[in-house]
Structures are given as structure tokens and as C-alpha cells.
Design a binder for this molecule. Structure first.
Ligand code: C5P
Length: 287
């Protein structure tokens, strides 16, 4: 028994920070979007325990520090009669620690894939609950698409799919720790662009033409720009090259440049010869 499950990356159309919980986590209000940049997971039955296979050049742990491993472990412990072990082979395309939820989307793919492989009969909300204990972005990544994500990430409200949008994702080739960015935010005093999340949701729900001139923003952006000033130059570069809008994804370092024309986005991506990589993606409706 073996199945193939894809894991789509996510971008943040908006990210607002609305407070802090007693445990130090931040209260978020975000609009997230899944995109066509995907990892591939081959999931199969295994006689005992967890076997995780991936390219050794990836520089990712293959033990319990890997979110794929954590998802597999939760599933084996929750359904010991059905699942004795899991063998998972990962083909990675999404940059690591990039603000694109690569690890979270992989964990979500394990939950979806195992649900299918063993016919566990779990619905979206049950799978999201299982995912919430693994990481803040996992509940969104279970179903993907376009959604409002609140709280620590565990409250996901699906929105109408956004169609016909393209983006270029410029990943400058280094990793950023999300924990570190939130810590800097908590200890600093950064510019806070106002984000009218409800208005943005209204645009999506009424299928109003999105121009990217609305108040889309990411309140973690000034923190990441302060840590890595070159990111601001990347943002300016994409705008100078015709993006309708550009901003940081998640805690970075990936910069999203929004386009409504794929050919134009591809031409700009081809021009990116600096450090890292540029990907052209389209918005997807998720799973
Ligand atoms: O949940 P996850 O492990 O992906 O989060 C990484 C780190 O980001 C957490 O350890 C926490 O420091 C920070 N975080 C936060 N508020 C959130 C989500 C994450 O402060 N809502």
C-alpha cells in the first residue's frame, strides 16, 4: 500500500498581530493563500516505527525534530490498531524556513495521505485539530486554498477561492527562524501598517477585482527588514520590475511579488540572477 500526496506552499496575503497570549504566542489575524509550488510525499505502510527518506543535501532532520516525523508519530499513536509504522519519502521543492510553510504543508500532507491510505474517515476539521498540535500553520495547510486564519493559527475559516492571480516568490537563499522574528517583534517597537482584514475578506467574498492596491500588508515585514536590510531591496526590485504589489511572506525571508499576468511574472523571474531563487506560482484552490 503506497500513495502519493502533494504539499502546496502557502503565502500570506495579509498578517496582522492583534495581541499576545500568556504562553508568549501572538494573536494573529491573517489571510492565507496556497500556491502551486509543491513538495511530493510518497507514503507507505511500514512494519514498525517511522522511516523518513529524503535527499541528504537538504540539511533537514530525519528524526522527531522534523514535522513529517511528528505528524507520523501522532497518527501511529492515535490509531495503533490500524497503523504499525510509516515509510515516507520526501521530494522537496519548497525552500526551507522561508515563510512558505514548507514543513507545515508536509505535516499536513502526511495527515491527509494517511487518512486516505488507511481510510480513517477524518473530515477537514478533525484533521485540522490533529495538525494544530504540530505547528501553527498546519491547520491551514490541511485544506489550503484561500482562508482567514486566526488565533495562534488554529482557527481557519475558508474563503472563496481567489482565481487568476500569479506571484513570483523570491527566496534569497537563507533561512529565518520564525521564533526569532516573533521574539524581535515582541521586544521591539516596529512600524505597524494598518490592515483592514475584514475589508479584504469582503473583497474576496464578493469576488471584487483585487488590484493589490488595497491594504494588503504583513506586520512582521519591518522586523525581518530590520534583521536583513537586503530584503527591502528585493521588495523594491520586484516592484521596480512591474509587480502590482510586493511584501514579505510569513516571517520571511521570501518576498512575494503579485502579478495578474503569468507571462509577465515569468519574464521578471528570469531576470532574477541574484542570490537564491525566483519561482512563478499561481494561486490554487487547495485540496
Ligand atoms: O507553531 P510554530 O512552531 O510554527 O511556531 C514557531 C514559533 O513562532 C513559536 O515558537 C513562537 O515563538 C512563534 N509564534 C508566535 N505566535 C504564533 C505562532 C508562532 O509567537 N501565533
Amino acid at each position: 500500500m503506497k500513495i502519493i500526496e502533494s504539499a502546496q506552499a502557502k503565502i500570506n496575503l495579509s498578517l496582522a498581530i492583534e495581541g499576545r497570549y500568556d504562553d508568549g504566542y501572538h494573536k494573529l489575524n491573517m489571510i492565507m493563500q496556497s500556491v502551486s509550488l509543491t513538495d511530493i510525499l510518497e507514503i507507505e505502510d511500514y512494519h514498525k516505527g517511522i522511516k523518513l527518506i529524503m535527499d541528504s543535501n537538504l540539511d533537514l532532520p530525519t528524526n522527531n525534530r522534523n514535522l513529517i516525523w511528528q505528524a507520523a508519530d501522532i497518527l501511529i499513536n492515535t490509531y495503533p490498531e490500524k497503523i504499525k509504522g510509516l515509510k515516507i519519502n520526501l521530494t522537496k521543492n519548497i525552500p526551507i524556513a522561508a515563510g512558505l510553510a514548507g514543513g507545515s504543508s508536509n505535516a499536513a500532507a502526511v495527515i491527509r495521505g494517511v487518512n486516505r491510505l488507511y481510510q480513517l474517515g477524518l473530515g477537514w476539521s478533525e484533521m485540522r485539530k490533529l495538525g494544530a498540535s504540530i505547528g501553527s500553520d498546519v491547520p491551514f495547510c490541511i485544506k489550503g486554498g484561500t482562508a482567514q486564519v486566526k488565533g495562534k493559527g488554529e482557527i481557519v475559516e475558508d474563503l472563496k477561492p481567489l482565481k487568476g492571480h500569479h506571484a513570483i516568490l523570491i527566496n534569497p537563499g537563507f533561512r529565518i527562524s520564525t521564533k526569532k522574528v516573533f521574539k524581535m517583534y515582541a521586544n521591539g517597537d516596529y512600524e505597524k501598517k494598518e490592515i483592514f482584514t475584514d475589508k479584504l475578506i469582503n473583497l474576496i467574498e464578493t469576488e471584487t477585482n483585487i488590484t493589490w492596491k488595497e491594504s494588503w500588508a504583513n506586520q512582521l515585514e519591518p522586523v525581518a527588514f530590520n534583521m536583513y536590510p537586503e530584503l527591502e531591496e528585493v521588495k523594491q526590485w520586484v516592484i521596480n520590475n512591474g509587480a502590482l504589489h510586493a511584501q514579505l511572506s510569513g516571517s520571511g525571508p521570501t518576498i512575494i511579488g503579485f502579478f495578474n499576468n503569468k507571462v509577465k511574472a515569468e519574464k521578471v523571474a528570469e531576470k532574477w540572477v541574484n542570490k537564491g531563487r525566483a519561482f512563478v506560482v499561481e494561486f490554487t484552490k487547495g485540496y
